[in-house]
Design a protein around this ligand. Structure first.
Ligand SMILES: [Zn+2]
Length: 270
């Protein structure tokens, strides 16, 4: 079916927080506009589920928010699929990632990192055979037909949230983050905020929430309310949490349309 040019389609490939769960891979989101397909994160297990929704070789670019394993490690397997196809290697595609992304993923890919570091020839392939890396910096750029604004988030490693705009639609993604004004800037008046909700609120005697790490459902919902977003989708849901509790916490703080991310969930913005 031909999709109108102004439509942005989001498909949740993986939304499990910190590690894959029984019903979802780790973080991965497919964004489509004007036939252009951008993957946002490619975490553990995501390459498997991705193939239910798009051909392996129909991806135009990949954007990696940070280098924690649950957001990037399936790039290693995907590089195998692009490099060793029986009909020959597929063309290199762009990967936008934090600084050192090629080094980090190259080390994860090679079977003998010590030999590779010493300069020995690796009989396999390198991560740059499949991907051309561009380092993300805060600011606005164009990726295909999408206007992409990146902001540094509050997380223990260099992490970028983003805002994607196309044809009047705006989608904001928190990546992994603790509380930060950057999330407000990315999400302001967005049609959809895809926001992490990894934590649950502690009870009266519980330990204080860690700072600069993750958000609760309630915190995510407060950002959605203050930023005036059209709808909120809670994601990065950790398998050890009760998602009904996460949704209940968020429901107290945001009066607009809200849902839990689920692998396979598709949302159209127009
Ligand atoms: Zn992380």
């Amino acid at each position: 079916m031909r999709v109108a040019w102004w439509i942005v389609r989001l498909t949740i490939i993986g939304c499990s927080g910190s590690f894959p769960g029984p019903d979802s891979p780790a973080s991965c989101y497919l964004v489509e506009a004007e036939g252009f397909r951008l993957l946002v994160d490619l975490g553990s297990g995501a390459l498997s589920a991705l193939q239910r929704y798009v051909g392996l070789y129909e991806i135009d670019a990949i954007w990696i928010s940070h280098l924690h394993a649950d957001h990037c490690l399936d790039l290693c397997c995907y590089s195998v699929a692009r490099t060793w196809h029986p009909d020959g290697p597929r063309p290199q595609i762009p990967v936008y990632g934090p600084s050192q992304a090629a080094v980090r993923l190259g080390r994860a890919l090679t079977a003998d990192p010590a030999a590779a570091a010493a300069g020995a020839a690796d009989p396999g392939h390198g991560i740059t055979d499949a991907f051309g890396f561009t380092t993300i910096t805060a600011g606005t750029t164009e990726i295909g037909p999408l206007r992409v604004t990146a902001e540094r988030m509050s997380h223990p490693v260099e992490t970028f949230g983003l805002r994607l705009e196309h044809g009047g639609a705006a989608l904001a993604y928190s990546a992994d983050t603790g509380e930060t004004d950057a999330l407000m800037r990315l999400a302001r008046d967005a049609d959809l905020l895809l926001c992490e909700a990894s934590l649950v609120e502690p009870g009266p005697q519980g330990p204080a929430l860690p700072q600069g790490l993750h958000l609760t459902g309630r915190q995510a919902a407060r950002y959605a309310a203050r930023a005036g977003v059209g709808q909120l989708v809670l994601t990065h849901l950790a398998p050890w949490n009760d998602v009904a509790r996460t949704l209940g916490e968020a429901d107290q703080a945001f009066g607009g349309p809200m849902s839990l991310a689920a692998s396979g969930l598709g949302i159209v913005l127009d």
